[in-house]
Each structure stands twice: as C-alpha cells, then as structure tokens.
Write a protein that binds this ligand. Structure first.
Ligand code: ADP
Length: 300
C-alpha cells in the first residue's frame, strides 16, 4: 500500500452557516490536502503527522480524521495543550476574513516529541509533505531539528513534497521566511507553489518568473498553480502547460490549492501521468471552490 504523510496543523473552524447559526468543523492546509487525496485515491494510506491535545475538541478532531479515513497513528497528544482555532468572518459583500487563536496550539510543539521510533515510522512513507504553514507554526527553536528529520527522511528514500503556502502573519520577517523556504526548496523532490504566494513573497507574478526562481534548485517535479490561468508542470526538465477551465460560479476559494495538491499527489502516487494528475486535481479544486468552507460534503 502506498503511504503519504502530511505534516502540519489542523484547526477548529468556526463560521456562521447560511441560517446564521455557528457551525464548527476542522480544517488546515495539509489536513485539507489529505482529505481530498484520500477521497480521490482511497487505495493510498494517508497519514497526518501532527499534535493535538486530550480535550473534547481534540478527541472530536481525531474522530473527524477517522471519519475521513485518515490514519492518525502519527498524531501525538499533549494533554497540556489544545488545538488552534479560527473564525471565518463574511462581510455584507461576501468578502471573507479570518481571525486566528493558534499561538498556543499543540501542533506547534510537535517536533520536540519526534523520537527515534516516530522517525522510523515517518521513514515508511513514500512521500513526506509539508507546507510553508507547517514551517511557520513550529517553534523556531525546533526548526533545526525539523530540517534534520527531513534530511534523514530524504536520505532514506522518502520523497519530499512542499507547498510554500505563504501566510505573512505567521512570520516574524520576510527574510526569515525566505531563509526557511530556501532550505525547503533545497530538500524538495516535488514543489507545488502558487504564483500568488510567489508574488507576495518574492514579487514574482508569472509562470516564467517562478520557473526561473526554481531552476537552480534540484526539484524533480515542479507543479506551479495560478488559479484559472493554468498549471505549469516541469518534470525532469520537461515543461508542460495545462489550461484550466475557469469555474463561473466561484463560491469560496478556500482550499483550492490544498485540494489540488491532494488530488495531484494521489494520482501521481497511483501511476497517473502529469496530464492525468492535473486533470484530476483541477476537477477536484474546481468542485471545491463551488462550495463554502475548506472541506466540502463527502457526497459531492
Ligand atoms: P493556491 O491556493 O495554491 O494559490 P490557486 O489559487 O492557484 O492555488 O488554485 C489552485 C487550483 O484551483 C488551480 O490550479 C485550479 O485548478 C483551481 N482553481 C482556482 N481558481 C479557479 C477558478 N476560478 N476556476 C477554475 N479553477 C480554479
């Protein structure tokens, strides 16, 4: 059985539903990607590497993972801490904004609990996936240890996959982010950046500029997304541009990139070509953006 491990944070999400009633769910970029990966490719074992608490919400979060067929045997529990939480605010014109309470989230301290037995389990993966948010949320004093672990995984044959997913508020400075992303790109076998993130962080706003930036790194598979403007995949120096059919009724783009990543990686892990993987990913992402929230109903 193929096995992917997605490392990062899942949070408690609160929002008002269409009736004005507060609705609670769980979301977070790597978790979202895992959910859509499993939904599109059920034969793959999808594992989360994270940390929650032992409180009621943490237990419900673990139950939600199980409900999505996500393997939570690598989700650690720290009884002293709780999960992070965010509130989705939607203004009168439909514009969304987010308020976060995540500074003390259990996931931020996960790396200090990565012992030898845990790392052995991480080594069983075919792919180890993390994002710019995963790096941003771990304690800065644990970063060195995190990179040591990623190096060890890479050396033992695990493919490293990275989506920069840039959230400025989580970083102390742009220089800090760039330095961490440099390490991440240096270690990546697969990179799945969005042009928008590159624009915010590096001022690079089109495919060509992102490709030039990534060229010096030794990244075997580069998957560059740009909303409805298409996808560029460079694999073993072969460049493929794939058009995206724009969705007319975009309701909520939350999780577009995450669902794309999940479906793309799932397809590639089960032998899909670049074209097939992008087709599956674009279909999934194109569906997700027609529904509110990060995780759309299973029945869709
Ligand atoms: P990211 O969150 O990584 O920046 P993008 O905004 O580039 O992601 O979107 C990821 C994917 O979602 C795109 O590659 C595309 O497949 C799909 N997508 C996003 N916006 C649209 C849209 N307006 N119409 C159709 N597909 C879209």
């Amino acid at each position: 059985m193929k096995n992917i491990i997605l490392m990062g944070e899942c949070m408690v999400e609160l929002r008002r539903d269409v009736n004005g009633v507060i609705a609670q769910s769980f979301a977070g970029d790597v978790y979202n990607a895992g959910v859509y990966l499993k939904r599109t490719c059920p034969s793959i074992n999808v594992q989360l590497a994270s940390q929650v608490g032992s409180d009621t919400l943490s237990e419900q979060m673990l139950a939600a993972f199980t409900d999505e067929d996500i393997d939570s045997s690598l989700v650690l529990q720290d009884p002293q801490r709780m999960p992070g939480l965010y509130w989705v605010n939607t203004d009168a014109s439909g514009e969304r904004s987010f308020l976060y309470w995540r500074e003390s989230a259990a996931a931020r301290w996960q790396v200090e609990n990565y012992d030898a037995a845990y790392i052995e389990k991480l080594k069983q993966a075919d792919i180890f996936f993390f994002s710019g948010i995963s790096i941003a949320i771990i304690q800065p004093e644990h970063r060195e240890r995190f990179w040591e672990v990623v190096r060890e995984l890479k050396e033992s044959g695990v493919k490293i996959a990275f989506d920069p997913n840039y959230r400025p508020k989580l970083w102390k400075s742009v220089e800090d982010t760039k330095a961490q992303y440099d390490i991440a790109f240096s270690l990546s076998d697969i990179a799945l950046p969005g042009v928008e993130d590159f624009d915010m962080l590096y001022g690079l706003s089109d495919f060509a500029a992102v490709e030039t930036f990534l060229a010096p790194y030794n990244i075997n598979e580069q998957v560059i997304k740009d909303g409805p403007n298409g996808v560029v995949v460079i694999e073993d120096s072969t460049r493929t541009f794939i058009t995206i059919t724009p969705v007319e009724n975009v309701v909520d783009t939350t999780s577009a990139g995450d669902s794309f990543n999940g479906a793309y990686l799932g397809s590639r892990m089960t032998g899909g070509t670049i074209e097939a993987a992008v087709a599956s990913a674009a279909k999934m992402a194109g569906t997700v953006i027609q529904y509110p929230g990060a995780i759309i109903p299973k029945s869709v």
